[in-house]
Design a protein around this ligand. Structure first.
Ligand code: GDP
Ligand code: IMO
Ligand code: MG
Length: 421
């Protein structure tokens, strides 16, 4: 069976930390969508790593890590990423498998990303500029290049044709701030590096694992509110970030999906543009940003911050079929006198507990429930029942609002700052 861990908010929930924490229970960890727009942070034994494309199981020596067909890969960034982990994982090549069907992010995809953001002006998505949107656009438009294509004799010819087409688009967008020759030199040397890895037919690999009764963990990237179908469109990423994406992103039937872990922060963040009903664009928001170190793991950009949005959280739990919740970063709220969470939206004078079809045009005022805060020095290590009553009440309220248990609580970035209930 394949268990799934994915983000229920706007990304950066702490998926990397928890995927690493859960990995000892699994033989395989697989990424099924997204690409180097992701930044998954892990901390253990005083070391810190940020992963973009490589699954977060890589640091556990027994685990196979698969970059699935649904992922988009930038060979240049992947090589850099491997450079950051090679000392910790000298054996990584034995444990890293890459789908031949994963699409390649070309240098011109990155340039196109910048060109289209530039052309959008104030309406820009705030993309990570990693070329994600243009790469998925080519995939759906049937003109993409895939990892397996680099092994074919006509790769260079197909690459040139694609680049010619991209350059026309870039010119049309009036963008000229790039040095393609330099980018291509890096790209082609990174392709040679990529060829030295295990490039496989990954759907067969996954099925063999399932047949052998191995346990697989699918690690989501981004968050459910950034899903291209159900997120705050058009301020979304270009992939299916939900449980459904596991089936197409790895090539497995729904009947093989096991437990779905949904991960959320005890408050909310978002990076990039788009609606954020519970945003705190004030001193308190700045406090959460500083205390929670809410700066992008990939881009260093400031993350916007706000109170927990239970309306959106319930929506994404519904879409994903979440079996168990994982709550992160409760420690960031330590010492606050009072904490709020939105339990409904007021739109045109009416209250609703549903996310409207067009969140972007709706004029939303959140309805908040207020909670007594907990102490600054609250401790995990005595167990949940020994934690402040007000913390237990907050957890219980979320569980009853959503209708799912919070099985894991994280109160710090390290592996050991985690409680399984
Ligand atoms: P991901 O993209 O979902 O993997 O999350 P990121 O790594 O982008 O962002 C999560 C950030 O919060 C990272 O800097 C983590 O080290 C940190 N983090 C994770 N869990 C906790 C926690 O419980 N408390 C605190 N204070 N930080 C955490
Ligand atoms: P992880 O996996 C937070 C956001 C971008 C932008 C929008 C589209 O670390 O949680 P894209 O580059 O995908 O075209 O950008 O999505 N975004 C993320 N926000 N965490 C992420 O990944 C994100 N990946 C993309 O900021 O608003
Ligand atoms: Mg992140």
């Amino acid at each position: 069976m394949i268990d799934v861990i994915l983000g229920l908010q706007w990304g950066d929930e702490g998926k990397g930390k928890i995927a690493d924490y859960l990995t000892p229970n699994y033989q395989v960890v697989a990424r099924f969508q997204g690409g180097p727009n992701a930044g998954h942070s892990l901390e253990f034994e005083g070391k810190k790593f940020v992963l973009n494309t490589i699954p977060s199981g890589i640091f556990r020596k027994e685990t196979i890590n698969l970059i699935g067909n649904g992922v988009v890969i930038d060979p240049v960034r992947l090589r850099e990423e491997i450079g950051r982990i090679i000392n910790e994982c000298p054996d990584y090549k034995d444990r890293l498998l890459i789908s031949q069907k994963a699409h390649l992010i070309l240098p011109t995809h990155r340039i196109l990303d910048a060109a289209s953001e530039n052309a959008k002006g104030d309406a820009k998505i705030g993309s990570t500029l990693r070329g994600i949107g243009p790469t998925y656009r080519d995939k759906i438009g049937r003109s993409g290049l895939r990892v397996g294509d680099i092994l074919e004799a006509d790769f260079n010819e197909r690459y040139r044709k694609t680049v010619e087409d991209h350059l026309k688009q870039i010119e049309f967008l009036g963008f000229s701030d790039f040095d393609l020759a330099k980018e291509e030199e890096l790209f082609f040397s990174a392709l040679e590096f990529l060829k030295t890895h295990q490039l496989i037919n990954s759907e067969y690999f996954i099925h063999q694992c399932i047949q052998e009764g191995k346990k697989i963990l699918a690690e989501g990237a981004q968050g459910s509110m950034l899903d291209v179908e159900f997120g705050t469109y058009p301020f979304v990423t270009s992939s299916n970030t939900l449980t459904g994406g596991v089936c197409t992103g790895l090539g497995v039937a729904p009947k093989y999906i096991g437990k779905v872990y949904g991960i959320f922060k005890a408050y909310c963040t978002r990076v990039g543009s788009g609606p954020f009903p519970t945003e705190l664009d004030n001193e308190l928001g700045e406090f959460l940003r500083q205390k929670g170190n809410e700066f992008g793991a990939t881009t260093g950009r400031k993350r916007r911050t706000g109170w927990l949005d239970l309306v959106a959280l319930k929506y994404t739990c519904m879409l994903n079929g979440v079996d168990e919740l994982i709550m992160m970063k409760g420690d960031v709220l330590n010492g606050l006198e009072s904490i709020s969470a939105a339990t409904a939206y007021t739109i045109n004078g009416n209250n609703t507990d549903q996310v409207p079809a067009n969140l972007c045009s709706a004029d939303i005022t959140p309805v908040y429930n207020d909670f007594e805060g907990w102490s600054e020095d609250i401790q995990l290590h005595g167990g949940f029942e020994k934690m402040d009553q007000s913390f237990q009440d907050y957890v219980a309220f979320v569980e009853s609002y959503i209708g799912a248990k919070i099985g894991v609580i994280s109160m710090g970035p390290g592996r050991d700052e985690t409680l399984t209930r």
